[in-house]
Design a protein around this ligand. Structure first.
Ligand SMILES: [Fe+2]
Length: 372
């Protein structure tokens, strides 16, 4: 399968310095990485072709600003409080554009500096309400996929903002659905199907003007085969940001515990995208999700062949099959007072399987990840 992603006019703009090489259907290079799209005419000429861009080789943990570690668990708690304030201000119809921009920038910075801990936050059980945590979970995952796809910083910030805001137009319905066990009624179904448009209207009403963010929100439930809503767009009419958010949104939702169904395991979640084969979700972005998470993403619990239960702390530097672990429970069920570091590249035991684990005592993730 080609390591190239389809590119449409909505993904390009005049003045943009393109972060990848752009090719036509025959593989001819039309524009090189780092070149500027100088004029509308240049953009028109380029868009006469069916366009693709290549994928950059992204390594883990790109420390851009070099200010040392950020505690991803503390920052997440802070981000949840910021999301709650933004939602309240939107409800009160206050212009909170600056707060949205600042949160998006901080999400991007955290994902760049602490990608392993951010992945752990996405997967570890927590106490935050779903309506606040899910937007942040989507933003983290969408940015991690987007970095691998070569999105620019500005595109990543737009994606983070869109992820946080995408469902605000159906917040009241979401709150009511939390306690509901029966199927959705007609009115609820309509609210859900209209929420991309309702959200965009709500944001325009407070003076929010970032068209790139609004387009991602409007298209985040469109699907490649045209089965999505609100406009049943097909793959080549959906912007890249919305394609990435659709994957982050779906993955976050299926691994989360909801009152009407059990969460799927990480493997089942990834299999969902593997089996989709581009029907609903863009294949290359689905593959980037699988690549980013690896077989044992940080935050997953695993059973070892020596009988211990361990927590995956970071992805393997040499091999995805050899992540860095911290063992929490011994083979006889004894809980270790201090988790033991297990580097599989240096031990003669292996991971047997991913497993569930419920601790009687609240685990101190900041300590396990070495922040304190
Ligand atoms: Fe949504």
């Amino acid at each position: 399968m080609s390591e190239r992603v389809r590119l449409i006019r909505k993904d390009l703009s005049v003045g943009m310095t393109v972060p990848w090489n752009i090719y036509d259907l025959e593989g001819r290079k039309l524009l090189g990485k780092g070149q500027e799209l100088r004029s509308e005419k240049m953009l028109d000429e380029l868009c006469q072709y069916i366009l693709f861009h290549d994928l950059p080789d992204v390594q883990h943990a790109v420390y851009k600003d070099g200010h040392g570690k950020l505690n991803a668990f503390e920052k997440t708690s802070d981000n949840i409080a910021r999301i709650e304030r933004i939602f309240d201000e939107l409800k009160g119809q206050s212009d909170c554009t600056d707060k949205i921009n600042s949160l998006a920038k901080d999400i991007l910075s955290l994902c760049e500096r602490e990608p392993d801990a951010v992945l752990a936050v996405i997967h570890i059980e927590h106490e935050y309400p779903y309506v606040l945590f899910h937007p942040l979970q989507c933003a983290y995952l969408a940015v991690l996929i987007a970095r691998r796809a070569g999105f620019t910083d500005d595109e990543c910030s737009c994606l983070a903002a869109a992820s946080v805001l995408s469902n605000v137009g159906m917040r009241d319905t979401q709150d009511r659905l939390i306690g509901q066990k029966e199927a959705l009624n007609l009115e609820q179904t309509n609210v859900i199907r209209q929420h991309p448009e309702t959200t965009v209207e709500m944001l325009r009403a407070i003076g929010y003007k970032n068209e790139n963010v609004l387009t991602i929100i409007l298209e985040h439930h469109e699907r490649c085969d045209g089965s999505g809503y609100p406009h049943a767009l097909k793959r080549d009419d959906i912007c890249r940001g919305a394609l990435v958010l659709a994957i982050a949104d779906r993955y976050g939702s299926i691994i989360s515990c909801r009152n009407y169904r059990r969460p799927l395991s990480i493997n089942e979640g990834l299999q969902h995208f593997f089996l989709d084969k581009g029907e609903h979700y863009e294949v290359q972005f689905s593959l980037l999700l699988i690549k980013e998470l690896t077989v044992y993403p940080p935050g997953s619990f695993v059973k070892l062949t020596n009988g211990e239960i361990a927590l995956v702390v970071s992805r393997g530097k040499m091999s995805p099959m050899e992540p860095l672990l911290k063992s929490l429970v011994g083979k006889n069920g004894e809980v270790y007072a201090n988790p033991l570091v297990r580097d599989l590249s240096m031990h003669n035991f292996e991971i047997k399987s991913i497993c569930g684990y419920h601790s009687e005592k609240l685990l101190n993730f900041s300590k396990i990840w070495g922040y304190i």
